[in-house]
Design a protein around this ligand. Structure first.
Ligand code: SAM
Length: 236
């Protein structure tokens, strides 16, 4: 849409962080913005529907997830071009961090729109700080590739001197710990942060062998997990 001076409208794409478990971590500003915008682009409209309902947010939503992200970016930019503001949220935490977001921000910036990030929780830095491992410099790797490139990446990470943060699913935790033992030995300090901000939150820290023994002794491993690994050469 062109405005009266013949220029395209400049709208705002809000990138809004949502809780990683505890709903009380949702900021009043985040709620305010989500109520104000014309549309909310959600990674999963059903998952976000529960959050939006809880905070009495009635704004119209549309799906924006990794399978339709490329196609939906155009739709999102068209809305911004038409002079309407949009907020993007993911299922949990900060959009763009192992979640859809980057493509939308890049396209909206290129189209001349304003980007405004409403910061909030993310599992990576929450786990890092809780781990008690050095947090002055760190390296975030998200999920390691499942197959192709995994071994190579583990080999590279073994040399990394900064604290390393990985996301991992509960059913792959023991496999990952075994791989860390193979590639990094048993001298590293590792923290497994599980269910952060939720009722059964725990952050266990120890050597790979200690953590493997602990998790092998459990009937099952459930919940969401971040693994924080001390950098090469770090000792306590
Ligand atoms: N955008 C999110 C963020 O800002 O952290 C991350 C999304 S990623 C698809 C989901 C992964 O984040 C989970 O598999 C887990 O590794 C981690 N995660 C999310 N919530 C968590 C929590 N409450 N406790 C521990 N890890 C969590």
């Amino acid at each position: 849409m062109l405005n009266f001076s013949g220029k395209k409208s400049v709208s705002t794409l809000y990138i809004v962080a949502t809780p990683i478990g505890n709903l009380n971590d949702f900021s009043p500003r985040a709620v305010e913005i989500l109520k104000e915008v014309a549309y909310i682009a959600c990674e999963d409209t059903r998952t976000s529907g529960k959050l939006l309902k809880h905070f009495l947010i009635n704004t119209q939503t549309f799906a924006f997830h990794q399978h339709n992200e490329h196609r939906k970016v155009d739709h999102l930019v068209n809305i911004l071009d038409a002079g309407q503001n949009v907020a993007l949220i993911s299922d949990a935490g900060m959009p763009g961090i192992s979640d859809p977001g980057f493509l939308a921000v890049r396209a909206a910036r290129e189209a001349g729109h304003t980007i405004s990030v409403i910061p909030g929780p993310d599992a990576a830095t929450t786990a890092l700080v809780a781990s008690g491992l050095p947090s002055d410099r760190y390296c975030f790797e998200g999920f390691l590739p499942h197959k192709k490139g995994r071994q190579k990446k583990l080999g590279i990470l073994a040399e990394e001197e900064r604290t390393i943060i990985l996301y991992e699913s509960p059913n792959r935790l023991l496999k990952l710990l075994t791989e860390l033992e193979t590639y990094m030995g048993n001298d590293r300090l590792i923290a497994v942060a599980r269910e952060l901000t939720k009722t059964f939150e725990e952050v266990l820290k120890g050597t790979v062998a200690e953590l493997k023994a602990e998790f092998e002794s459990r009937d099952s491993i459930k919940g969401e997990i971040v693994v924080v690994i001390s950098g090469n050469g770090y000792t306590e």
